[in-house]
Design a protein around this ligand. Structure first.
Ligand SMILES: [Zn+2]
Length: 508
């Protein structure tokens, strides 16, 4: 990604009534008579883009075949239709090419050659009709280089140089991202509609494979691409969980983040992670313990290991120490590849590591964050969901002599970053909530491995092996990757910094 100036901001959108339905251009005389013999629903019209103008050629059904009027084709591609010497033939001139049709014959003469059509040319009420496949089989070859014919939308774009459109719809933690790229860049406008939003793409023809998508994640119900007369419309039907919109614009690219309701986002900063190498430095203001310092190194702590298997599912297949390690590996890859973080693991193999040693390793690495990864278990099969712990110095019972001193000393180091640990827990809980396993939220408890850490530190319980629903998700082969993605997004979100209070106001 090039380093470009990007802005992320909530925007007020102009209101505009939905565009009127596309008009069909009917040029042929006698069309009304033909409608009477048409059987069934009106077929999709042929759309012709020529010299920047879009026109529609009506497709009719005659004797079961889809046909187009030659006069309309001629008009759409700046051709000329001439009667032959007798009533039974007609000539279509396109540039220097002469195409000869005869009534009742399935051949079209092009120069000295005959080309075969799917059905015969028809003369009816003074009008000439040819099967629709004439467009793709014969006409297409006569048009200038770069001409495109898009079969699904029946769009014939004469000549080259049409912009390509790429649309990408991706659910993200706390948001649905819709990315729209045009090459070469095309002007786009964002508008509010009765059903949600729409992007008006100012081009009569776009080369694109995108038709639509239905994320149905409650934030975005559907995204549909529709052709208008001179523009395209990317229609975004928002769902009940759509809260607010953030957008980024750069040349040829529009990124929309539709933020889920209840997800906090700092106005003017945006919820989404910046690109590596872009944006100003994000060091927190000094004296603000709730804000993260710059993150360079992340310590990941896969729980348990060796003879300590952690919690194990009823069938013995789900083993906490193994899943924790897999998630840590996946998370390391994301943090290194996408953010260039240094990542240290407290263990990379199936071995036992003491709790204090884990924290000591994070401290020795001067890690900026410590994330301990675990699974949960409960005597109650109803207990389910992910849970993020931050440390709280509630001493349960009486510590042994000697241990108390160290405990207190270490605890002081965690105490100095406690607000940041709490913010980190909140950020992770928010992104984990987007996973299949619902988030039970944030909790504080005395957690030995966290208490000893000198940096913002949390323990993530990814789900309950004793919950049937959680087990189904935990057992999926892609669970480690998914969980790692959610945790990574939480870290990115924490890195940006979160406001202490919910967002105020609505951009709309
Ligand atoms: Zn554990």
């Amino acid at each position: 990604m090039p380093s470009v100036r990007r802005s992320v901001r909530p925007i007020p959108l102009p209101r505009r009534p939905p565009p009127r339905r596309a008009r069909f251009i009917v040029r042929a005389a006698g069309a009304i008579a033909l409608v009477a013999v048409a059987v069934g629903a009106q077929p999709r019209p042929l759309r012709v883009i020529h010299d920047g103008d879009a026109s529609r050629v009506v497709v009719r059904r005659l004797d079961g075949a889809e046909v187009v009027a030659l006069a309309e084709i001629a008009g759409a591609v700046s051709g000329e239709l001439r009667r032959g010497s007798d009533e039974e033939s007609v000539e279509l001139r396109i540039g220097s090419d002469r195409l000869r049709f005869e009534a009742g014959r399935s051949f079209v003469g092009v120069g000295s050659r005959d080309r075969l059509l799917a059905s015969p040319a028809i003369r009816l009420g003074g009008e000439w009709f040819v099967p629709l496949d004439f467009v793709s089989r014969v006409l297409f070859d006569l048009l200038p280089r770069g001409t495109r014919f898009d079969e699904p939308t029946r769009t014939l774009a004469v000549g080259g140089g049409y912009p390509r459109l790429q649309v990408d719809v991706r659910p993200r933690p706390g948001a649905t991202r819709i990315e729209l790229a045009t090459d070469p860049p095309v002007r786009t406008d964002l508008e509010e509609t009765g059903r949600g939003l729409q992007v008006v793409i100012h081009a009569p023809f776009l080369a694109t494979a995108f038709v639509g998508e239905a994320p149905e994640d409650g934030v975005v119900e559907r995204v549909d691409l529709r052709q208008g007369e001179e523009t395209y419309f990317l229609e975004i039907a928002t769902g009940r969980n759509f809260g607010r919109l953030l957008q980024e614009r750069e040349q040829g690219r529009l990124t929309l983040d539709l933020i889920r309701t209840g997800v906090r986002a700092e106005s003017g900063a945006g919820i989404l992670p910046p690109l590596p190498g872009s944006g100003p430095g994000r060091d927190p203001a000094p004296g603000d313990p709730g804000r993260p310092r710059e993150i360079r190194t992340v310590a990941l702590d896969p729980g348990h290991g060796g003879p300590d298997r952690g919690v194990v599912g009823p069938s013995g297949v789900l083993v906490e120490k193994d899943i924790a390690l897999e998630v840590a590996f996946a998370l390391r890859r994301i943090l290194e590849d996408e953010r260039g973080f240094e990542v240290v693991l407290t263990r990379e193999t199936d071995r036992e590591v003491g709790l204090d040693d884990r924290a000591a390793m994070a401290n020795a690495a001067r890690a900026d964050l410590l994330i301990s990864l675990h699974l949960n278990a409960s005597p109650s099969p109803a207990s389910s969901g992910s849970l993020v712990y931050h440390h709280s110095p509630i001493v349960v019972g009486r510590p042994r002599r000697g241990e108390a001193v160290r405990f207190v000393a270490w605890e002081q180091s965690q105490a100095s970053v406690a607000p940041a640990s709490q913010a980190l827990a909140g950020a992770l809980a928010a992104t984990l909530a987007e996973m299949e396993i619902p988030a039970a939220g944030v909790a504080d408890a005395p957690v030995r491995v966290l208490a000893a850490a000198a940096m913002p530190a949390v323990q993530v319980e990814l789900g309950f092996v004793t919950s049937e629903a959680d087990r189904a998700a935990l057992a999926r082969p892609d669970f480690p990757q998914q969980a790692a993605r959610a945790v990574a997004e939480g870290i990115f979100r924490f890195q940006i910094g979160r406001p202490a209070s919910p967002p105020t106001g609505d951009p709309f």
